[in-house]
Design a protein around this ligand. Structure first.
Ligand SMILES: Cc1ncc(COP(=O)(O)O)c(C=O)c1O
Length: 411
């Protein structure tokens, strides 16, 4: 079991007061706070190792390149990928999904083909497919969810067919925290010859993830939601699929040769090895270094412990909020089938009003659609407020939150 009080010592921001109250940070599904170890790694990179990667023979460039490559290696180990070749660094989950859409989908989807997307997806796993379908003319089909927002596997079974080319699903819903049975979906998808792309933005930070065991083809996640800096994330892809794919962006770093034929006056280009073929231009080197520090930090805690801690907090929050008669919670209530995310509303108030009131007491929660408007439409909600927990949150913070909710109800 992890000790959140000890962990809190590593997070300078948690010492802040907001509106004269101790900061309670419950917006972890949007982004997490950063420990000294991550901030220190970024600072150390700029103070000691800063140089461009893969371009110089000089010492600094060699050292920066080694750090950047080690970062790929650490991320690969963290999700049990088969080494750096399968880990492409990107800006985050959004860019990872766009990479798959444009580098794979643009060339492989057309006419009668179908892309299956669940109704619980974040907009970043909906909009790229809708955009691409306008270019290539394939169908985007939406898979229903149950009334509590969990995936409807029967509906999935009915929707999948020989026309399905790729299934795009989140591992964990960023609205309800519900954990999807990715392994089961991947097995069904593969029986139909379809690929599986998983949005792991809300799973990699919160539970142990093993991409080989899940047997998925692509897996996307963001560094900033797992203690790392913004602007860095990763796309895992099975090596044999990435080998077949053409690049996403063109430019420096991603090529092996660009030769110019003086007679035809054309260039012929060959691609670099994986994963660099997909990392055009100067990458976010210090972001990679920061992500490596975040991964090491999480590994030192143990992802089983992270999951267990969030489960305990979620159970406590579910139990305590029962004292608030005007608070309605959405999604599954059983903490063991979800991560530490709880969407809710207070009768008669907009989610923004609730979030503003809580902010007055130093409690940071999200309000709105959380970039998942279709799921809110299924729930027939205009919006929701959302608390989301992480390793540094405590039961006392939840107790304080419930006290303030009661204050809102009174007013
Ligand atoms: C489930 C899910 N997918 C995708 C994203 C997009 O992540 P990013 O903005 O880091 O690209 C988020 C972020 O909120 C998310 O929660």
């Amino acid at each position: 079991m992890l000790d959140p009080y000890k962990i809190r010592e590593d997070f300078p921001i948690l010492k802040r007061k907001i509106n004269n109250h101790p900061l309670i940070y419950f917006d972890n599904a949007a982004t997490t706070q950063k420990p000294r170890q991550v901030i220190g790694a970024i600072r150390e990179f700029y103070e000691k190792y800063n140089a461009n990667v893969h371009r110089g023979v000089h010492t600094l460039s060699q050292e920066a390149s080694e750090l950047y490559e080690n970062a790929h290696e650490e991320v690969a180990k963290f999700i049990n990928a088969d080494g750096t070749e399968e880990i492409i660094f990107v800006r985050g989950t959004t860019e990872a999904i766009n990479l798959v859409a444009y580098a794979w989908g643009l060339r492989n989807l057309k006419g009668e083909d179908e892309v299956l997307v669940t109704l619980m997806e974040h907009h970043s796993n909906i909009v790229p497919w809708e955009l691409l379908s306008k270019i290539n003319g394939f169908q985007v089909r939406y898979v229903d969810v149950n009334p509590d927002g969990t995936l409807n596997y029967e509906a999935f079974g009915n929707a999948i067919s020989e026309k399905t080319r790729i299934v795009c699903m989140s591992h964990v819903s960023n609205v309800t925290g519900a954990i999807n049975d990715v392994k089961k979906v991947a097995k069904m998808a593969h029986e139909y010859g379809a690929l599986v792309l998983v949005d792991g933005a809300q799973s990699v930070p919160h539970l142990p993830v093993d991409v080989k065991d899940l047997d998925v083809d692509f897996f996307a996640f963001s560094g900033h939601k797992m203690l790392g800096p913004t602007g860095i994330g990763a796309l895992y892809g099975k090596r044999e699929i990435l080998m077949e794919m053409e690049p996403f962006h063109g430019g420096g770093e991603m090529i092996r040769d660009v030769t110019f034929n003086t007679i035809t006056r054309r260039c012929s280009i060959s691609w670099n090895d994986l994963p660099w073929k997909f990392e055009a231009g100067t990458p976010n080197i210090c972001g990679g270094v920061g992500l490596m520090a975040a991964v090491k930090y999480l590994r030192s805690i143990g992802m089983e412990n992270v999951k267990e801690h969030e489960e305990t907090l979620t159970e406590h929050a579910m139990h305590r909020t029962q004292e608030c008669g005007k608070v309605k919670i959405y999604g599954p209530r059983d903490a063991s089938v979800k991560c530490g995310i709880i969407p809710f509303n207070v009768d008669g108030l907009s989610s923004h009003d609730v979030a503003l009131f809580l902010d007055g007491y130093g409690i940071m929660v999200r309000s709105g659609f959380h970039c998942a408007q279709p799921l809110h439409e299924v729930f027939k909600l205009k919006s929701s407020a959302r608390v989301s927990f992480y390793i540094y949150n405590t039961r006392e913070e939840i107790d304080r939150f419930v006290e303030v909710l009661k204050e809102i109800e009174r007013i």
